[in-house]
Design a protein around this ligand. Structure first.
Ligand SMILES: [Mg+2]
Length: 434
């Protein structure tokens, strides 16, 4: 028997703005940060998770996490696992806190931190990486983790069960393939807007040589710059190598349509985040009017309810879940199963800090237990800040290889936490940021 006895949190901030890593049309100077939660138990294991933010406001995220983490202190792990569906529901249903959402924003992400820390504990307790822990769960247990409120018109528990049951017979074959080949990755490392053309082309060449199946570039600040960059990229990689672009929400619907259509000659695999993440109908109109260029979004889709509408309105051809934007593993299970029902591939968003390490588990579970291995899935990879994690995401020949350490992937080295904790960590105390 293992009981959760306390929680602690850390406001960890990395000075990425000094390098323009992560710069795009919307986010000019991010300091990649983690609102980091650790649940302590009366055993040696801890439940670690994080919410990714880009700097200022990380303290607000931490405050919300601290409030919700209190609700799981005292729980026995076996009981928590049996009741994980009810716990997820309860974390989103506090009658006063719900006013600050509902099901979106700081408190929703805080619920995600608490739930992800619980899944970290469940899988560590069993000595398995999360992808394997999820893959070994029975379809009924998986369905029990889902909160079907507000999505049952798109996916009900019987349909979810049926999708999972269909894959049961293939699970061991899918797992062997995963262990030998991993899941295909794509990279955004060359594509930041703050990079010079020379740096972008050099990194693109490296990405292609390393075996990535797609390279993604930021866009949307200047059409002239976008055309110049894409022309040079196409010259380098040829007409057929998959490239995608990402506008990070800078356009209104009309400008999105005209901007994207004027780049249609570049044979884009997708246009990502063309407009505001809540504008479901706007995405649907964009999708209709920029066809055949596929539309992708989801990294800032605040909940399963937004994903439901994106799917129902045929607004997306690619669904991009994020590990820390929604309410944790539970809600992403729902998101992956809804996508399966609508026949849309899930290509998770990653990068930031720790997002690759976390979301790969969901993609791998999808490849074993839900939609199997198929050519529609590529998982985002960005090559920075991995050294801060106990088990950095491992890319081999352009594929994410399955992690082997028990847990859900967010475990950071204590030395990294101590150095970058804000504002009293060694890095920030030394004034290195000025
Ligand atoms: Mg993006």
């Amino acid at each position: 028997m293992t009981r959760i006895i306390s929680s602690e949190s850390f406001d960890v901030r990395f000075p990425t703005s000094t390098m323009l890593d992560g710069s795009d049309a919307m986010n000019a100077d991010p300091d990649y940060s983690a609102a980091y939660l650790r649940l302590k138990t009366d055993n040696s294991i801890t439940g670690d998770s994080l919410v990714f933010t880009i700097g200022r406001g990380n303290e607000v995220q931490i405050a919300a996490i601290n409030i919700l983490a209190e609700k799981v202190v005292g729980l026995d792990l076996d009981d928590a696992f049996t009741n994980i569906g009810a716990i997820a529901k309860e974390l989103s249903s506090d009658s006063q806190l719900r006013w600050l959402g509902p099901d979106k924003g700081v408190f929703h992400m805080a619920a995600g931190a608490v739930l992800n820390a619980l899944w970290d504990l469940f899988s560590k307790n069993k000595g398995q990486p999360l992808w394997k822990f999820l893959s070994d769960m029975k379809p009924k247990e998986i369905v029990g983790a889902i909160d079907f409120r507000y999505i049952s018109d798109a996916l009900n528990s019987d349909e979810a069960l049926e999708i999972l049951n269909r894959q049961e017979a293939n699970k061991s074959k899918n797992e062997s393939l995963l262990l030998s080949r991993g899941v295909p990755a794509y990279t955004t490392t060359p594509g930041w807007l703050g990079y010079s053309d020379e740096k972008m082309l050099k990194l693109t060449q490296e990405a292609v040589s390393e075996g990535f199946s797609l390279v993604k570039f930021k866009c949307g600040k200047s059409l002239i710059d976008d055309r110049r960059r894409l022309t040079k990229i196409r010259e380098l990689v040829g007409p057929d190598f998959p490239i995608a672009i990402d506008a990070n929400q800078v356009w209104d619907v009309d400008s999105a349509i005209s901007w994207i259509n004027s780049l249609s000659e570049f044979n884009l695999r997708w246009i990502e985040e063309p407009t505001h993440p809540d504008d479901v109908l706007g995405h649907a109109r964009i999708a209709r009017e920029v066809s055949p260029t596929p539309v992708a979004t989801g990294e800032m889709a605040s909940s399963r309810i937004i994903f439901k509408q994106l799917l129902q309105s045929k607004a997306i051809s690619v669904m991009q879940i994020d590990a820390s934007r929604v309410a944790g593993v539970n809600e992403n299970i729902a998101n992956v199963l809804m996508a399966a029902k609508f026949g849309i591939p899930v290509c998770p968003h990653a990068g930031g800090v720790g997002l690759c390490e976390m979301v790969q588990h969901i993609a791998m579970w999808d490849s074993v237990s839900v939609t199997g291995h198929h050519s529609g899935r590529v998982v985002e990879y960005v090559d920075h800040l991995h050294e801060h994690f106990l088990e950095p995401a491992l890319i081999s020949k352009g594929h994410y290889m399955p992690p082997t350490l028990p847990g859900a992937g967010a475990n950071m080295h204590q030395s990294s936490i101590d150095t970058y904790v804000f504002p009293l960590g060694e890095y920030w105390m030394n004034g290195a940021h000025t």
